[in-house]
Structures are given as structure tokens and as C-alpha cells.
Design a protein around this ligand. Structure first.
Ligand code: C5P
Length: 220
């Protein structure tokens, strides 16, 4: 098909990843979960004893790390140095530490560079999602969407996603703390100029995908 880069940003628990993946399937496009890249670098730092407070060390680790990320929406896989970390990067320990990598500007610069390369390598037919895709990674995307959801619905979704293994309160604190830290370097709560907003608060999964596809259809 013709080039179609769809950039989707939003906070955690907005349903961004599953909605973006399904959108990619429907468009027969590739899919890039940039959050998985920040998580994989965090996993690598923890596994190799890199001090997350040491910006130079984190930046260096980010530049050296061998990251493999599948862009097939039907086969989500993330590898570090050839080792499959697809499941490991979803552990609470990673979620708790990932903002330290995300707020290290040198690390961001390196991951942004790699993300731009992955988009180019896809032949510019890809749905890419994260926090700064509409503004920094792919400001030239054919369609840019901010997927929002009320705090209440985001927390509810997170709780379901983590299977209720942690107390609801601890979970709320973690999600809000991560969003607050992430907000220090990227603004993913307001739509930049030319970015469409889709509010998923009162939509179920299928309705959200339909709303995103409707925006893409209208914009292209
Ligand atoms: O999307 P997900 O919640 O998996 O992202 C994990 C973390 O990666 C976020 O909390 C944020 O710190 C970071 N991130 C980012 N910029 C992106 C995507 C993710 O800073 N484009």
C-alpha cells in the first residue's frame, strides 16, 4: 500500500498498545511499540548492573545495547542481545524503573534515532505508538492521534491488565507516579497542533479501534 504513518500518543492505561496493534492489523501495516524499547533498555540496565541514576552510564548502555523488536502486529517480540525479554519487560520492577531511562535525555535521543530508522525501514507503512511520536519521532506522520482516557478509566484498565495481584491503591499510586515522572520530559496529555484527539473513556475496545480508523479515513 501507499505510505501511511499513523502516530499515536497517550498516557498509560489509555488502551494505546492494544488499540494501535489492532489498527495496524486492519491497515495491513507494521506496528511499533516504542514503550517496549524503553522497557527493554531498562531491563538491560537492571540485568547488567547499570546505575539508573547515572545518566552517562544509562546513555552509554542505550547506545551499545543490541535491541531486537518485531514490527509484526501478530507477533510481538522484544529481544536484548538475542535473548527474548517479551514477558520480562512487563514485570512491575520494570514499570517502576522505566521513567529513569525515559527522563535521561541522551538515552531518549538514541531511542528516537532508532525509532525513526524503524519507521523508515517499514517503508513508511506503520502504526507507531508512545508518548512523543506525534511531536518528536514522527511529526510528519500522515495521521497523528492523541488517545486519551479519564484517570478513572485508565486506572480501571490497568487493574484489569495486571490481574489484580497488587492492591488497587498501590497500583493507582504507581500508574500516577509514572505518568507524573514521564510528564516531566514529554507532554502526552494535550494534543499538539494538527493532532486529533480520541477519548476512549466511554468506549470499549472495538469502539475505540473504530474511532481511530474513522480519524485515519477522514485524514487520508
Ligand atoms: O507505553 P508503556 O507504558 O509501555 O511505556 C513505558 C515507559 O516508556 C513510559 O512510562 C515512559 O517512561 C517511556 N516512554 C517514553 N516515550 C515513548 C514511549 C514510552 O518516554 N515514546
Amino acid at each position: 500500500g501507499k505510505p501511511l504513518v499513523v502516530a499515536i500518543d497517550g498516557p498509560s492505561g489509555s488502551g494505546k498498545s492494544s488499540v494501535s496493534r489492532e489498527t495496524a492489523r486492519r491497515l495491513k501495516a507494521a506496528y511499533l511499540d516504542t514503550g517496549a524499547m524503553y522497557r527493554a533498555v531498562t531491563w538491560h540496565c537492571l540485568a547488567t548492573g547499570v546505575d539508573l541514576e547515572d545518566a552517562a552510564a544509562v546513555e552509554n548502555a542505550c547506545e551499545e545495547v543490541d535491541l531486537g523488536i518485531s514490527t509484526n502486529p501478530d507477533r510481538q517480540q522484544v529481544a536484548v542481545g538475542g535473548r527474548d525479554v517479551t514477558e520480562a519487560i512487563r514485570e512491575p520492577e520494570i514499570s517502576k524503573s522505566v521513567s529513569a531511562v525515559a527522563t535521561t535525555l541522551g538515552a531518549r535521543a538514541e531511542l528516537i534515532r532508532r525509532q525513526k530508522q524503524i519507521i523508515a525501514d517499514s517503508g513508511r507503512r506503520i502504526v507507531a505508538e508512545g508518548r512523543d511520536i506525534t511531536t518528536v519521532v514522527a511529526p510528519d506522520a500522515e495521521v497523528r492521534i492523541l488517545l486519551t482516557a479519564s484517570e478513572e478509566s485508565r486506572l480501571r484498565r490497568r487493574g484489569l491488565q495486571l490481574g489484580g495481584t497488587q492492591s488497587a491503591e498501590a497500583l493507582q499510586e504507581q500508574v500516577l507516579a509514572r505518568d507524573a515522572k514521564d510528564s516531566a520530559v514529554v507532554n502526552f496529555h494535550e494534543a499538539a497542533d494538527g493532532v486529533f484527539t480520541v477519548d476512549s473513556s466511554d468506549l470499549d475496545f472495538d469502539e475505540t479501534v473504530d474511532a481511530v480508523l474513522a480519524v485515519i479515513r477522514r485524514a487520508t
